[in-house]
Design a protein around this ligand. Structure first.
Ligand SMILES: Nc1nc2c(c(=O)[nH]1)N[C@H]1C(S)=C(S)[C@@H](COP(=O)(O)O)O[C@H]1N2
Ligand SMILES: [Mo]
Length: 347
């Protein structure tokens, strides 16, 4: 793993080593804002409170005895690929590997909310982690805050999972032990780790991680408005060749990578080796699965002439959304989904 920061822990997968569809737990990127909490499992409880008829608490054993569901979901950090931004943006300089795909097992959030009796007036559900700390950069609230994010009522009831297993193993400490939320089809920021409180809210939540940080500008009627980062945007990444790789001239080379999107399926991945003038269809591997990435490959016959070459990949989804060629500056240092140039040397 590539260490982006030690404390708090931020690790990136070397994306060139992309193998099968599921990312092994030890290869899955880690993004943390505060030190990893160490729960005492004898006293640990998950609290369900706020706009509910019957607030209650669950011990770890009680949670694990509830009916489970398993789903596959891709998590991508909203700042993944930041190193490609010109000029350089502030924040961790993630390359291609702040993304991973895993199989998550746990209890549907809907089952827990149902037991609590979600009030009709609850518009959002706030998910709060046990981790806390101080924000370094202003504007910031005073003192320590917990990591927290909200999901709208409909999403909370549809497919949010309270996961305690990752790829069949106990959820690792860095990924949220004992329980984390998985918000399928959304940027990783929404999938709160080290979950301890679930709070039904009658007002939209405007916590730090969705009003100050993890927001982008969106044009509405031509005017920029600040919106929280939510659903994943369509994106593909090339695993091999990797940046600055030397590839043999006049040879067959297997270009491969992964593509993902929000509430839809990947329908097309194309490759260009002439800076976007022409595009060639890549082959999608395996079967489509909503919320999971799709691996793809492309057989490239490299040029006979030695010299620099730039490869681009472009994905399209079943809702007709396609990766843009150019960067949208309104996105600041997040949502880096334009076609990322992979520069190689043919020799
Ligand atoms: N409690 C808590 N949950 C969190 C975070 C955090 O710092 N604290 N980071 C979020 C962000 S920004 C991302 S991208 C994902 C990363 O999940 P992972 O570390 O399992 O890959 O967790 C999210 N959940
Ligand atoms: Mo993130």
């Amino acid at each position: 793993m590539i260490i982006r920061e030690r404390e708090p822990l931020n690790l990136e997968m070397p994306f060139a080593e992309l193998g099968g569809s599921l990312t092994p737990n030890g290869r899955f990127y880690v993004r943390a804002h505060f030190p990893i909490p160490q729960p005492d499992m004898k006293t640990w409880r998950l609290k369900i409170e706020g706009a509910v008829a019957r607030p209650f608490e669950l011990s770890y054993d009680e949670l694990r005895q509830m009916e489970t569901r398993t789903l596959t979901a891709t998590l991508e950090c909203a700042g993944n690929s930041r190193v490609f931004l010109v000029p350089q943006a502030e924040g961790a300089q993630w390359g291609l590997g702040a993304v991973g795909n895993a199989e998550w097992t746990g209890v549907p959030l809907a089952a827990v909310l149902d037991r609590a009796g979600l009030e009709a007036g609850a518009v959002e559900v706030i998910l709060e982690g046990a981790d806390r700390g101080r924000i370094k950069e202003p504007p910031r609230p005073a003192g320590e805050i917990h990591y927290a994010r909200s999901v709208p009522r409909a999403k909370a009831l549809k497919d949010v999972l309270l996961a305690f297993k990752m790829n069949g193993a106990e959820l690792p400490a860095a990924h949220g032990f004992p329980v984390r939320a998985i918000v399928p089809g959304w940027y990783g920021v929404a999938s709160v780790k080290w979950l301890t409180r679930i709070i039904a809210s009658e007002q939209p939540f405007t916590g730090y991680f969705q009003s100050i940080d993890y927001t982008v500008w969106e044009r509405r009627g031509g005017r920029p408005v600040l919106v929280p980062i939510t659903e994943l945007l369509v994106k593909s990444e090339i695993a091999r060749p990797e940046m600055a790789e030397v590839v043999p001239a006049d040879a067959d080379y297997r270009v491969h990578g992964a593509a993902w999107t929000g509430d839809a399926e990947i329908t097309k991945v194309e490759i260009s080796h002439d800076r976007g003038a022409t595009w060639h269809a890549a082959r999608l591997l395996g079967q489509p699965l909503t919320h999971a990435w799709r691996l793809w490959e492309f057989h490239w016959h490299t040029p006979a002439q030695p010299g620099p070459q730039t490869l681009l990949a472009r994905a399209t989804d079943s809702r007709g959304r396609q990766q843009p060629t150019d960067r949208d500056a309104d996105r600041g240092s997040y949502l880096i989904t334009h076609c990322l140039p992979i520069e190689v040397e043919v020799r």
